[in-house]
Design a protein around this ligand. Structure first.
Ligand code: 4UU
Length: 583
């Protein structure tokens, strides 16, 4: 019988509802509340302009947008249509998302740093027919439609601009960019009317897909992850049991993680809402602005990725601003070193002058698990430093090792194995990709994470290795297969393999390419090699989003090590890189 692990936390009831009803219900006996908290409670705050959306405004604008999406003649959205959101974090984001959800649409969330080609892939693959873009993203969007052969008039019909002006929310007005002039805006869609009720959902519909974030999974190119209403409602309920308690009126969360990544989408746009806690929105991590916002808004919790802690360990801004309100920093999306945790914990505690508790916590999850499966409880922050914490309730886990040709077998107690997860937060599958779905979810519902974990005798998990191809740059996915197929189009590259190398200095992996030159005689000298390496880095930089650049270097190699079946032996390259980088 398989060795099944369960959570130390009791199982939670998961309502069979829709996201909109779950978050926005105003019961007849308590009409001045929305989702269990007073309608006047601030929900989202623009850190820069200080514009606030209360719960009531968020709901109002979402219902107005739902009306606009359905009735604007250019849009005419129908239930199940896919809308793509392409924007850095802004106050418009939650409105765009919840308005689309209220209209019964599916939302695909795209990295705001994407190039036109990267965006074109997700737009087409997801079957999107409508797109929200920030003004910043507009040039990319127009170039994308050109690439897709969509004429200018049709492109205009499909675009809704989330303009920088927040007049619709009572915030400041700003000039429109020249590019954006003449296009319809969020404000236009908000002005047409308001749906009385969100799309009605019955029990069956809780299993409908609502979000499509993209993940490469264990191998290959990015795939649309079908996240259902039920997946999201379940993760909110199970996270609540173990995440630091958020209180209405006293706590506030800093929202710097990108909302288009599942971590930001769920833990910032949805989760604090369920506690009546405001999220202060910043478009990107900037050490000065981060600390200034903590001071100005008396931030109690910030969700981050490990490289932010590197900055918090050294940056003078930490001493310049009053950050004494902070109760926790919560890290996820990439491995976190214990030494760094201790260093930052001590520094922040010193800044707090010993007043009030402060902990650095960790969580673990994947796009495919909606996302959080493990959390480190507050009391264990130091005792179990480095651990991703305990399995959340309603989930089951197994740890598997390759059994000498006998398929997967259970790892022995305390030994590493591939982490498998089963439960209500596992995605429905990869969009239009039954083969990839079948490879990642067993017939009896176990999702294979591709991560190697150890479980200690008290039930705390540690991620010790990764079995899959994936590279993580500052928490962002870099699928090696995508870079490899791009690099193979370079005229001088005959073969290539991309791996991740770890930089302790930046607390992140960096993508590193091993390339075989098409004409090896041209790169015989060290100078020729160096010039070629530089050229490949520059060539790549011009073609991919920031996070996919070959920051880990380019290495010329005679032949890419491969198995008899032609699979790249990545482990061998990783070992090689360790030696190269040490030497
Ligand atoms: C070592 O990164 C994410 C989701 C992160 C997340 C979300 C909510 C963390 C905590 C939380 O509460 O999703 P993806 O799909 O971009 O990447 C998933 C992969 C994992 O398979 C693993 O390899 O990212 C890596 N990963 C981690 N690795 C995620 N969290 C961790 C972690 N330590 N804490």
């Amino acid at each position: 019988a398989p060795r099944l692990y369960t959570s130390p936390v009791p199982s939670q009831p998961i309502p069979a509802s829709s996201i909109f009803t779950h978050l926005f219900a105003s019961p007849p006996h308590d009409p001045n509340t929305i989702g269990g908290f007073p309608a006047s409670t601030p929900a989202f705050v623009d850190a820069e302009s200080r514009t606030v959306l209360t719960r009531a405004q968020t709901k109002h604008f979402a219902l107005c947008l739902a009306y606009g999406l359905k009735h604007h003649l250019d849009v005419n959205a129908k239930r199940g249509d896919v809308v793509l959101v392409f924007s850095q974090n802004s106050l418009s984001w939650p409105v765009a998302l919840f308005g689309s959800v209220a209209a019964g649409l599916r939302c695909t969330l795209a990295n705001s740093a994407y190039t036109p080609k990267e965006l074109a892939f997700q737009y087409s693959d997801s079957g999107a027919r409508l797109l929200f873009t920030s003004e910043e993203g507009l040039a990319t969007v127009l170039a994308m439609f050109k690439l897709l052969g969509v004429d200018a008039a049709e492109a205009r019909r499909r675009i809704v601009v989330l303009e920088a002006a927040l007049e619709w929310a009572g915030g400041p007005s700003m000039p429109r960019t020249a590019l954006g002039r003449g296009l319809k805006t969020l404000a236009d869609l908000l002005s047409l009317g308001k749906v009385q009720e969100e799309e009605r959902f019955d029990g069956r519909d809780t299993h409908e897909t609502v979000y499509l974030c993209y993940s490469s999974g264990t191998t290959g190119k990015p795939k649309g992850v079908e996240t259902t209403h039920q997946n999201v409602i379940a993760v909110l309920e199970i996270v609540k049991t173990t995440f630091p308690k958020l209180s209405v009126g006293t706590d506030s969360v800093l929202g710097i993680l990108p909302f288009y990544h599942i971590y930001g989408a769920v833990k910032l746009v949805h989760f604090p809402w369920t506690s009546g806690t405001p999220v202060v929105i910043q478009p990107r991590f900037d050490p000065e602005k981060f600390c200034a916002a903590i001071e100005r808004y008396k931030i109690t919790h910030a969700l981050i990725v490990p490289p932010v802690l590197v900055v918090m360990a050294r940056h003078p801004a930490v001493d310049k601003y009053d950050i004494s309100s902070l109760k926790s920093l919560f890290s996820g999306a990439a491995p976190l070193g214990a030494a760094l945790v201790k260093q930052v914990t001590e520094r922040v505690q010193r800044r707090k002058g010993g007043k009030g508790e402060f902990t650095i916590l960790q969580g673990y999850g994947l796009t495919e698990t909606s996302p959080t499966t493990h959390l480190l409880p507050v009391p264990d922050a130091i005792r179990k430093v480095g651990s991703i914490g305990v399995l959340l309730p309603n989930l089951q886990a197994r740890l598997l090792v390759d059994g000498d040709g006998n398929g997967d077998v259970e790892a022995k107690e305390g030994e590493p194995g591939e982490l498998w997860i089963r439960g209500p937060t596992i995605m429905k599958g990869y969009l239009n990709n039954p083969a990839a779905t079948k490879d990642s979810i067993t017939p009896d519902g176990w999702f294979k994470t591709g991560d190697i974990a150890v479980r200690d005798n008290e039930g705390y998990y540690y991620i010790v290795d990764r079995r899959k191809e994936l590279i993580k740059y500052k928490g962002f996915q870099v699928p090696p297969a995508e870079l490899e197929s791009l690099l193979l189009t370079h005229p001088d590259i005959a073969d290539v393999a991309v791996i991740g190398v770890y930089s302790a200095k930046e607390a992140t992996e960096l993508p590193r390419a091993y390339v075989v030159h098409a004409h090896p005689e041209q790169v015989k000298t060290e100078a020729a090699k160096a010039a070629f390496q530089q050229a490949v880095r520059k060539w790549t930089k011009e073609r991919v989003a920031r996070h996919k650049q070959l920051r880990g270097g380019v290495v010329v190699i005679d032949v890419i090590p491969k198995s008899a079946a032609g699979k790249i032996l990545r482990r061998e390259l990783r070992e090689r890189a360790k030696t190269e980088l040490a030497g």
